[in-house]
Design a protein around this ligand. Structure first.
Ligand SMILES: Nc1ncnc2c1ncn2[C@@H]1O[C@H](COP(=O)(O)OP(=O)(O)OP(=O)(O)O)[C@@H](O)[C@H]1O
Ligand SMILES: [Mg+2]
Length: 440
């Protein structure tokens, strides 16, 4: 048996792969080539994902479980400014899964400890946004919070699905019971049953003496939040469905089953219906989950929320970094309002955090955000399409024209003569452009 935990602390310095920011391998240690019996130089330039298959992240991307040339591996990734270093912690033909479970648990235990110190889960009051779009969702969510129905939260990455899940739980009669979150991406198929159903003492060699309750049992009388549900394998979906149907769970190696009383909230950023049509997601499970489909709109369709969110994040980081930022300058405001936020609120929050680290007076500016010009995703998306492809030059020029005309009109308080002067064009041609772009 392999002692995972012990080995975690004993990084073998000789076994590593380095990649650049775009995951291309730039350096491989000689010992690595030897360990896996490959020719030197063979891996340079390839993507890390061509050698690490089926990887699952634990915690904050730090420890990765994957398959490397047929070996089960644990890798630890170090994120440096310009590169990533993957150290092999462990490579075995057969990793002992029970150990892996307890390893994951030890990481998660730490995570939960942090949470429980905070003690406060999010509530509806924490969901910022006055736009009709978000108000509608909040209203619907608060209505269904109090009954026990299953809720499916859909929305792009970073739109606040987990926030809503917690808020729904907090408003329900179950609020004094546990809220157990399960990230379905982080559960390899082999671990699904032991993680969700738990196991009895001696269920398999290496099982913990006293057995271990599964997430479902831990969520008893409370809420089970199944995050990224689309990522469960077909097989695991079937196992989950059975529990939801029978409302009973039996630990691995157990002989009796227990009644389950849990409220399910599932979340996904993919279109489950399409996955069902493509045979990737079980239709029967889909209908079990699709009782209330709560769609959280992306930030770009509720631009009214951008500034209130920005100010709340500024307040948050003021406290955290002990700063006193009160204003944002107009350049930043314009950019915040024109950018399309593909990563939604999470991206906005990260963006403000970056600026708050750098700002040294009371006004946050565009410059503080430090947007590397070669980073496509940080470009104002008026130059990019939704799918992050470049717009045609013609369309990009038009977008730039619209934006500068709007700004000039704003600056001139709507006076077209002054705006035309600022833009150094004739009033007639400003009128033409205003009508061409249907500006007000
Ligand atoms: N309306 C909101 N008001 C305040 N903070 C928000 C709001 N929506 C999201 N956030 C914050 O944005 C971040 C991302 O939210 P959350 O983790 O809930 O998104 P998610 O939809 O679960 O994303 P993913 O699909 O990537 O898991 C969190 O820090 C959350 O607190
Ligand atoms: Mg989430």
């Amino acid at each position: 048996m392999v002692l995972v935990k012990k080995r975690i602390d004993e990084v073998d310095d000789r076994l590593y792969v380095e990649t650049n920011k775009s995951h291309k391998i730039t350096d491989v240690s000689p010992a690595f080539y030897k360990e896996f019996n490959i020719n030197e130089g063979e891996l340079i330039g390839k993507s890390i994902y061509t050698i690490v298959s089926r990887h699952t992240n634990f915690g904050k991307n730090k420890v990765i479980f994957g398959k490397l040339f047929g070996y089960s591996c644990l890798l630890r990734m170090k994120n440096l400014e310009d590169k990533k270093i993957y150290h092999i912690l462990l490579s075995e033909q057969n990793i002992d899964y029970i150990e892996l479970i307890s390893f994951i648990n030890s990481i998660e235990a730490k995570k939960y400890k942090k949470k429980s110190i905070k003690q406060n889960r999010y509530s509806f009051d924490d969901i910022i946004g006055q736009s009709p779009a978000i108000q509608r969702v909040k209203e619907l969510a608060s209505k269904i919070a109090t009954n026990n129905s299953t809720v499916l939260l859909t929305g792009e990455s970073g739109t606040g699905k987990e926030l809503f899940a917690q808020a729904i739980h907090e408003l329900s009669t179950r609020k004094n019971q546990s809220f157990i979150a399960v990230n379905c991406v982080a559960i390899p198929d082999e671990l699904f049953e032991s993680e969700l159903f738990g196991y009895e003492a001696g269920a398999f060699s290496g099982a913990k003496q006293e057995g271990k309750p599964g997430k479902i049992e831990l969520a008893q009388n409370g809420t089970l939040f199944l995050d990224e549900i689309s990522e469960l394998s077909y097989q695991s979906q079937g196992k989950l469905l059975r529990v939801l149907q029978e409302r009973e769970v039996e630990r691995l190696g157990g002989t009796t089953s227990k009644k389950v009383d849990i409220r399910i909230i599932a979340a996904t950023n993919r279109d489950l219906k399409t996955l069902v049509e493509n045979g990737k997601f079980r239709q029967d499970l889909y209908y079990r989950l699709y009782v209330f489909d709560l769609q959280i709109p992306p930030l770009r369709v509720r631009k009214e929320d951008i500034l209130p969110l920005t100010y709340s994040f500024i307040e948050f980081y003021n406290n955290k970094f002990d700063k006193e930022v009160t204003y944002i300058d107009s350049g930043l405001e314009d950019w915040l309002l024109t950018y399309e936020w593909p990563g939604n609120i999470r991206e906005l929050k990260a963006c403000i955090e970056r600026g708050m680290n750098i700002v040294d007076n009371d006004t946050l500016t565009l410059k503080n955000l430090y947007l590397p010009s070669n980073n496509k995703s940080s470009m104002p998306v008026s130059l990019m399409q939704e799918n992050m492809e470049f717009l045609s030059l013609h369309a990009a020029v038009e977008n730039a024209e619209i934006s500068i005309i709007k700004q000039a009109l704003d600056d001139a308080n709507g006076d077209r003569t002054i705006a035309a002067q600022k833009l150094k064009i004739s009033v007639a041609s400003l009128y033409r452009k205003i009508s061409k772009y249907k500006l007000k």
